[in-house]
Design a protein around this ligand. Sequence first.
Ligand SMILES: [Zn+2]
Length: 403
Amino acid sequence: MTTITRLATIAALTLCAALPAHAEQDPPITIDTHVDIPFTYMREARFDVGKPTPLLVDLGKMERGGLNAAFFVIWVPQHKLDAAGYAKAVEQAEQKYDAIGRMLMQYPDRIRLATTPEQLLANHKAGLLSATIEIENGYSLGHDIRRLDAAFDRGARSIGLAHVGNNDLCTSSLPDTEHGEPAMNSAGDTGMSDFGRAVVKRANQLGMLVDISHSSDACVREALKLSTAPIYASHSGARAALDHPRNLPDDLLRAIAAKGGVVDAVAYKEFLKKDPAREAAEKKLQAAIAKQSGHKEYDSDRDDYLPAMDKGMAEIQQKYPLATLDDYMNQIQHMVKVAGIDHVGIASDFDGGGGITGWANASETRNVTAALHKRGFSDTDIAKLWGGNLLRVWREVERDAQH
Ligand SMILES: [Zn+2]
């Protein structure tokens, strides 16, 4: 045992002692299906996750907080839908696969890759954390279906069709209307493209989860019709609970459930609480930070964690407090009411904008379990929400595969 793990164990024991009695028992498995990573993850010393980092998820925080597994995200920003844009996206995705690989190679005694539900459970049984790889934005396939097979071979087990802005697979829940893309659910919203259909079909054959978070309603409907296996939302909420395009309407929550899928509720401030004043203040702060460092636009990879940013965010938090665990529980309860207890899960979107008061980073994961208990969920229900449902869907996706 290294000094760091010994310290982590001591910290975990201290934390357990301070928790109320019902929270002392962890669920059988806890899986967070959406965790982002910066491009310099495991390259810069400050993002070496085997040590304490400014990131909301690192190995110590997972171990202390009782977060057993995370879906680490291959996310790239969206450029133009042309050859140069695709090439750049492929290259950027490469950096992220490499970063996850570095983590796994450097800390095999703490975290292992899980490409099957059984592997994930075996890792947990062996006292190890699990990392599963998830693609966020099919744009990074560079419009080449063979890259989906290559991604599968590298361990990716989930393909998120879209992100912000319409791409070559399907329309987005947040189209780039400023640059002329039609609004979601307007007459011009075209839903899924032929390439998107090919990706869903191939993902089914490979046994990859089809992730509809960020996709437009029309795209979700088509994925429901097309997919031979249940579909999943890695990080989405309920629009009836909080009206935001990134949240799913009740009819789609029901339809995903009817097909046997799962929607993982996300602890993302703007999908849980409307606070335009806070949004505006954050944008203003980001613009000021970018200007200070002589850049045109804020770049989260470059500018997050700057002391001026931390200070500014603390001031904003004083004035416009973040969404809380209570807001998150309201949304989970609504989703369970509409979709059923077998079709809802949990995701943070940590290091991608996620995090709320009460679940501010992975070390506070037990607070979520305690809040679920407080809302009257049984141990059985909580086990389903924290990963049981996801594992069931994943197994079904694997069973339907024909590779
Ligand atoms: Zn996202």
